[in-house]
Design a protein. Structure first.
Length: 166
């Protein structure tokens, strides 16, 4: 058996894929959220981050469904325990939030790269309004996605360790 091959049961080298990829989502979601908020309020951070924020949000849009599918495959193995079902229900709620982060990150990047300089030349007030709206949306999707990751992580920890640690 090739240790790097992925089998039909969503395993890598005999290990369930879910605990392997979930950590990428757990780390990348709050980092992308932070980059999104920083990019909306701090011009120096926005210049340094550039396209990285929308690209990390795009990566999350790919990773979240893979993680959910791997979790559903693992849930079939461990059974429909209430804690596992709750964890799965929370997990399926993350995709809309990361899609929102992708939309806002892409809009924010495009706005500050092409739109804001043109609009500000004609109307500083309108440019300011768009920037404020984007910052508000960035804060909303960043808070929502990070909150979901915390809820998902808590329910997953309870599903794994709840019977052992109380």
């Amino acid at each position: 058996m090739d240790p790097l091959s992925i089998s039909g049961s969503l395993e890598v080298a005999g290990l369930p894929l879910h605990p392997l990829v979930v950590h990428a989502v757990v780390v990348l979601t709050p980092l992308t959220a932070l980059a999104l908020v920083l990019g909306s309020v701090w011009p120096a951070a926005r210049r340094r981050l550039g396209i990285v924020t929308p690209l990390s949000a795009l990566l999350l849009v790919v990773l979240v469904p893979v993680t959910v599918a791997a979790g559903e495959a693992l849930a079939e193995v461990v059974g429909a325990q209430p804690a596992v079902v709750a964890h799965g229900d929370y997990g399926r709620m993350l995709l809309p939030w990361v899609l929102g982060m992708l939309a806002v990150a892409t809009a924010q990047w495009a706005w500050f790269r092409w739109g804001e300089p043109r609009v500000a030349a004609r109307s500083e007030g309108r440019a300011r309004i768009v920037s404020i709206v984007l910052a508000t949306l960035a804060i909303a999707v960043a808070a929502g996605s990070t909150t979901m990751v915390v809820l998902i992580g808590d329910s997953g920890a309870r599903a794994v360790w709840g019977g052992i640690l109380g």
